[in-house]
Design a protein around this ligand. Structure first.
Ligand code: UD1
Length: 428
């Protein structure tokens, strides 16, 4: 299995091109199921999860063609998806258990084919992740859903899904995405209250509108969808990845570096940029992107994760690594997932001083971290170990690289280009 080897202590300086957003790509890909026209998604990141989603869609009868030769910045990749006919409405366990985002085919399949059989995703490394809100929202549109042998069997009423009123008791990104993709082809109007406002939801809405959908309130917590009998194909460019950009910002922070995050969108990253500023980093807005400059060690701070526009759960682990080398004590509170601190014992093995009390982690900044073999059980946790390795004394080996490959495009290349001593060992 591959491992990533980092010899820490280099100050990172230069420019990093930010890729298309993984979390947007994984909700834009299933939009292909909503039309018999061609959907072309450009700025699609080269990630294992994107490939897996493509395979899932192939199994449902969607043809996928990838265009765009690999170039220096690698950001010219486009995929054309064509679901002329839905050949299967089954998302099998083997794919869903490896990629939770597979659940996002449920809404589109129900809307277009009137039925869907999707494996229950099961538990995952960052905790119990229920899907009850997805199901209740689709039931509000008339779907009948039952559970049999680990699979959800969903059926639309004869005549198709009907517009309805969905009011989420808590904000859910995935459930908002699923019901939106169902509502665009339902008969009549759907109102979604307490919708997630994450920028990836707005990106999904804009793509659906480009396909002929009618959606009001984009970017707000009340979405009103007027269902259409059909949608058409479109060309759509995936938004930049705010979490990748934030992760590289932390790389500047932890190495005392100076990085230009090319193509990053500041409006999508306000809470992240506020966090960087609170840590004493300088954030400047330039025409090509966002520059993050660090001088000396980051300052301690308090952060709490919450739905957008607050600080994202997907940045908690990376900030923790940076603050482990901070001056003073930081307090990080995780409100989205109950079990998202698996990186803490690994950071501790590198010398970090972190105490977890329930949902809160107290991070007492230390003067130095020391390289070690480490591994993490999820994507963002793995990135926090890479960040720690960049600043640690000596050599860090990050195992289970497949987590990183799910969400960071060309990680070693991007980091080496700005001065990191990092390589992938494919025999490890
Ligand atoms: C979540 C994050 C998203 C992040 C992604 C991957 C939020 C609001 N969502 O999205 O930013 O990119 O993980 O790390 O920050 N829940 C239920 N029932 C459901 C669905 C969710 O109780 O049917 C709960 C979850 O357990 C969680 C909260 O709602 O506590 C938000 O989950 P949700 O937004 O749905 O998760 P993801 O879509 O995976």
């Amino acid at each position: 299995m591959d491992r990533i080897i980092i010899r820490g202590g280099q100050r990172l300086v230069g420019s990093v091109r930010i890729s298309g957003a993984k979390n947007a790509a994984l909700t834009l890909l299933p939009c292909a199921l909503l039309t018999d026209g061609m959907l072309t998604l450009s700025n699609l990141p080269r990630l294992a999860d994107v490939d897996s989603f493509g395979h899932l869609l192939n199994g449902l009868g969607v043809s996928t063609t990838v265009a765009g030769a690999r170039t220096g910045d690698g950001n010219d990749r486009a995929m054309t998806l064509h679901a002329g006919e839905i050949a299967s409405t089954v998302a099998p366990y083997d794919i869903v258990r490896r990629m939770r985002a597979s659940i996002l085919v449920l809404g589109p399949l129900l809307a277009r084919a009137g039925e869907a059989t999707v494996s229950l995703p099961g538990g995952c490394a960052i905790g119990n992740r229920p899907i009850d809100l997805h199901l209740k929202a689709l039931e509000a549109l008339g779907a009948e859903i039952e559970l049999a042998a680990g699979y959800l069997k969903a059926k639309a009423p004869s005549g198709g899904l009907k517009g309805g009123h969905v009011s989420f008791p808590i904000v859910s990104v995935g459930a908002t995405e699923n019901v939106l993709m169902a509502a665009v082809l339902a008969n009549g109007e759907t109102v979604i209250d307490n919708a997630a406002r994450e920028p990836e939801i707005a990106d999904l809405c804009r793509c659906l509108v480009a396909m002929g959908a009618e959606i009001e309130g984009i970017g707000s917590s009340r979405l009103v969808v007027k269902g259409k009998t059909s949608l058409h194909g479109a060309d759509y460019r995936v938004m930049p990845d705010r979490i990748e950009a934030g992760s590289y910002a932390c790389a500047a922070g932890i190495t005392g570096g100076d990085l230009l995050l090319e193509g990053a969108c500041a409006d999508d990253m306000v809470a992240i940029l506020d966090g960087l500023t609170a840590a004493g980093l300088t954030v400047t807005h330039e025409s090509e992107g966002i520059r993050v400059t660090a001088e000396g060690r980051p300052r301690g701070l308090s952060l709490s994760t919450a739905p957008f526009p607050a600080f994202p759960t997907d940045m908690q682990a990376q900030f923790m690594a940076m603050l482990a080398l901070g001056e003073g004590t930081s307090t990080l509170t995780e409100t989205i997932f109950e079990n998202r601190y698996m990186h803490v014992p690994e950071l501790a093995r590198m010398g970090a001083d972190i105490d977890v009390q329930g949902r809160t982690a107290i991070v007492r900044g230390v003067d130095k971290l020391v390289g070690a073999p480490v591994m993490a059980t999820d994507l963002r946790a793995s990135m926090s170990l890479v960040l720690a390795g960049l600043a640690a004394e000596g050599q860090t080996e990050v195992l289970r690289v497949y987590h990183l490959d799910r969400g960071y495009e060309r990680l070693e290349e991007k980091l080496s280009a700005v001065g990191a001593d990092i390589e992938r060992d494919s025999d490890g």
